[in-house]
Design a protein around this ligand. Sequence first.
Ligand code: G4P
Length: 530
Amino acid sequence: MSSDAGLDGRTPRRTFAIISHPDAGKTTLTEKLLLYGGAIHLAGSVRAARARRHATSDWMELEKQRGISITSSVLQFPYEGTRFNLLDTPGHQDFSEDTYRTLTAADSAVMLLDAAKGVEAQTRKLFEVCRLRKVPIATFINKLDRPGRDPFELLSEVENVLGIRCVPLQWPLGMGPDFKGVYERETGRVLLFTRAHDHGESAVAARALPLEDPQLPELVGEGLYRMFRDEVELLEGAGDSFSVEAFRAGAQTPVFFGSAMTNFGVEPFLRRFHRLAPEPLPRAGSRGLIATTDPAFTAFIFKVQANMDRAHRDRVAFLRVCSGRFQGGMWVRHVRLGREVRLSRPQQVFAQERTLVDEAWPGDVLGIFDPGMFRIGDTLCTGEPFEFDAVPRFSPEHFARLRPKDPSRRKQFVAGVSQLVEEGAVQLFTQPGNEQVPIVGVVGQLQFEVLEHRLKDEYGSEVLLETLPYSHARWVTGDGATLDALEGRGYGAGVLDRDKRLVVLFKSEWQLGVAERDNPKVTFQAIAPR
Ligand code: G4P
């Protein structure tokens, strides 16, 4: 991308993702971060690029029909000498494992909340994935320009529902039509914003005044000022002080307030996040932690996407560089296959537009052309072969039996299903005795539609989906974890995953709880063991 000019291996990287419930303002905030990073000049471009894509691309008809973004990509923007890699996660309500897995490539996350709604269902799920990996999370409470909930109440909701301590690094001055600015606790300054009348297309003007400045009451109104000072006093008197270590350990979340739409608070957030966001971190693998300074090139695949460009019918594997230097066309060890492979046609994917890249460094994410040899979790390296710890497979929550409508097209059906399983779009289970009719499991219901659509569109295979009443899958191990023992007792359906590991499908949390109580020696895992 042109905005990368001048950035090289010495440029610090910060690789992060935004987690939010649909409509909290992720697209808007992304746009504004790019605006402040100078990557785009007029906010509105991301949305416009999406609209353009819907208008011109025939890729993934379903996206077009629904007007949603199902796949993720990565956006880059420079800020104060740092290169930010923002992993874009699907923004639709119904989400897939893809979203989860994208988070495995991020070093930190921004949790975006709508001030009127607080913690919503999808925020919660994504938060749990971050917690699993101890990813540091900063919180941005958005839409302060609209009447919302009391900020103290929002903080206690985050603490109670998500179990993470909140430390506001800013405090809003007013809310709704009275939202005038934010108080930066670290600098003791109040930043007063002036609303522009260009729908937030350009950076907002801010005037910084010390908290004690005698002009403040007059500027914002006596009543509002008094209320704000009372809140600040309450804030100073209670609550934890901020600790970078606690943030990095995922125990505390620094909280920011603003309005992505009007740009209020976006720049102050970015300025502080720039200092807080962790640099690319060492990753665990079979030969211990791999330091980012390790001269050997190492990377792992976290996503495989087929048919991104229908004109070329290609597959793109997304990799995250963990150490060393990536160079276009380089030869690397593909550890699972046990041979050297050439990484050709490296690219960065900006929405639907791709740019070829010559080199990449730890923290960078890029898409490479995949002739069908990559799987999620694959390790690529130069130097001594080893494997990164597995990218977790998350427990599906929706299940269906799948068969071809036309049995004479079984070959296409099998080819299509295998491809989608390899991509990680769906998980496949078989029931002993009924191997011909696989059970597919997905994290979000929408994936069924994607599955049906892609099988028909890309493989000419129309399918019949018979949804099943299960909602929880658990990989079972330990004493007594046999198909007969578990299934015979009527807990749920015993099935095998594609690596022939035993999985029990339960209809409810209650049923799962009973099974766990009755079988203390059996371990029930929501994430597939290695
Ligand atoms: P998402 O990607 O998280 O789904 O959210 P998106 O940015 O698309 O924002 C969802 C809606 O919320 C949009 O309105 C957007 O303009 C609005 N929004 C985002 N940030 C703010 C904010 O800070 N304040 C206010 N008041 N609204 C905000 P829409 O009506 O659905 O779309 P549009 O017509 O504005 O494009």
